[in-house]
Design a protein around this ligand. Structure first.
Ligand code: HEM
Length: 462
């Protein structure tokens, strides 16, 4: 069965996009908050870029859960813990702008994507993109995933995989066919590289292009993606097409969206689905390879509830809760999106400190997920933490790999289903084994990824 996205749901008049402007906040305005200034001009940027997680951890240990540092020409406030997550992400009073927070990171290449919109404008566009994630769409995507997964898994069967490249290829080709309606076997390596360069440019220290640097590659990538999407957008969106691109193009034809807005949504959605999801896939495979007990539990659950990896029924997969916990626990230990940024639209306060208008504010899922006051033995991989009774006992913003509130991740279900469909296929015929006992090194920005290939052996099961 295929589902269709119905754009006729959008009868609310399209709001104007008004971009907020922000005054720079001085150190004196944040005087009550412990601070690290770092080097002249660049501030802590070189130190933070070397190892973003180690930097965040040091700041937390030395200065506590509310602190600030100077980087990128601004004082950046960091708030750590569930209450802070709720205050900033749920944002009951509308204090924060996601556009203001994310613009320095994603503004150059992802402007117009949902995370770079606020208020009524964001709400209107989000409603539009959200149609791509309804239950009937997910069933359709699951069919796409099964086809791609079985093709890729048959290539690597019985081998040692470069987990990073494998996961990137899988999540990219799945997004490519699910959102663009294209045949995934036709996805070129340059298409994948273009999205990788766009994401990597968010971590670039030098904010302008010169030959060979990250921004230069990202500028090439942007032109490449624009050409690719131009072809998709200008193709006839046949009535039976169910992908996000076709739905957006139908809206363009009825005057609801411009071509640039479609490009922005498709670029951001594919990039968001590709890199964060590849991170989640890698972490899940790694932790299961390291933990044969949980690997067996997940295998047993998936094989006993789902008859075949070739066609998976959505409801059946959604019932497999232990595999879902396994993915969540991997995301707890390795938050794919380690820090989430906002900028204050008005004067507010948190934890006894004033936050003046214009302050750049970050919350840190990565650190929150490892706080010993919330998580028993935080470094241990234990998917059992996600049993409903244990979840109910925790603060609802203690676990926020997908953010929360108005900008909460639209692709959370899409992501979980994709990783579990992969596990259903791989674990049926393989044991996952680590090639090296040495813990891998992770780089936590803009999404968490291993430094290097992180090889995992796919040993055929007897
Ligand atoms: C495990 C994988 C993923 C993780 C950990 C993740 C994480 C997140 C987080 C933390 C946010 C909120 C950012 C903020 O509030 O500042 C977000 C937003 C978003 N994510 Fe994901 N994401 C994942 C996969 C996906 C996938 C597969 C898609 C698309 C299919 C997707 C699409 C989006 C979109 C469109 C937004 C912006 C929502 C808005 O601004 O309204 N994500 N994601």
């Amino acid at each position: 069965m295929t589902a269709t996205i119905s754009p006729s749901a959008f009868q609310i008049a399209k709001p104007n996009r008004v971009l907020p402007t922000f005054a720079r906040v001085t150190s004196a305005q944040l005087a009550s908050i412990p601070a690290k200034k770092g080097l002249p001009i660049v501030g802590v940027l070189p130190e933070a870029a070397r190892d973003p997680y180690a930097f965040a951890r040091r700041m937390y240990e030395e200065h506590g859960p509310i602190h600030r540092f100077y980087a990128c020409g601004n004082w950046n406030l960091q708030l750590v813990g569930p209450e802070a997550n709720e205050f900033v992400l749920f944002d009951r009073e509308g204090n924060f702008s996601a556009y203001g927070g994310w613009k320095p990171v994603f503004g150059r290449h992802f402007d117009g994507g949902l995370l770079l919109r606020d208020g009524a404008d964001h709400k209107w566009h989000r409603k539009l993109v959200a149609t791509a994630f309804k239950q009937e769409q997910l069933q359709h995507y699951l069919g796409v995933f099964c086809t791609n997964i079985s093709r890729l898994c048959s290539i690597v069967a019985g081998r040692t995989i470069n987990t990073y490249e494998f996961a990137q290829k899988l999540t990219f080709t799945n997004g490519y066919s699910a959102f663009l309606g294209l045949d995934s076997s036709k996805a070129e390596r340059t298409d994948l590289l273009a999205f990788r360069y766009l994401m990597r440019s968010a971590a670039a220290i030098v904010p302008f292009p010169f030959p060979g640097n990250a921004q230069w590659r990202a500028d090439w990538a942007k032109r490449h993606v624009r050409r690719l999407l131009g072809t998709v957008i200008n193709a006839e969106p046949h009535e039976d097409r169910t992908d996000l691109a076709a739905a957006l193009v139908r809206l363009k034809m009825s005057g609801g969206l411009s071509e640039e807005e479609i490009v922005a949504h498709l670029t951001f959605t594919i990039a968001a689905s590709f890199d964060a999801l590849s991170s989640a896939t890698i972490s899940t495979l790694y932790y299961l390879a390291r933990d044969p007990v949980w690997q067996n539990r997940v295998r047993h659950e998936l094989l006993s509830n789902i008859a075949s990896s070739a066609t998976i029924d959505l409801a059946e997969l959604q019932r497999c809760e232990q595999s879902e916990w396994a993915v969540k626990e991997a995301l707890r230990l390795n938050a794919a999106a380690p820090v989430l940024w906002r900028r204050a639209l008005r004067d507010t306060a948190f934890g006894g400190h004033s936050i003046p208008t214009g302050t750049v504010v970050g919350v840190n899922p990565m650190l929150t997920h490892l706080l010993p006051q919330i998580w028993d033995e935080p470094a241990r991989y234990d998917p059992g933490r996600f049993e409903p009774i244990k979840v109910r006992a925790r603060h609802r913003f203690a676990f926020v790999p997908f953010g929360g509130g108005a900008h909460g991740c639209l692709g959370a279900n899409f992501a979980s289903l994709q990783v579990r469909a992969l596990l259903r296929n791989l674990l049926q015929s393989h044991e996952l084994r680590l090639v090296s006992e040495r813990p891998p090194q992770w780089y936590h920005w803009p999404n968490c990824r291993p430094v290097g290939p992180l090889p995992i052996e796919l040993c055929p099961r007897a």
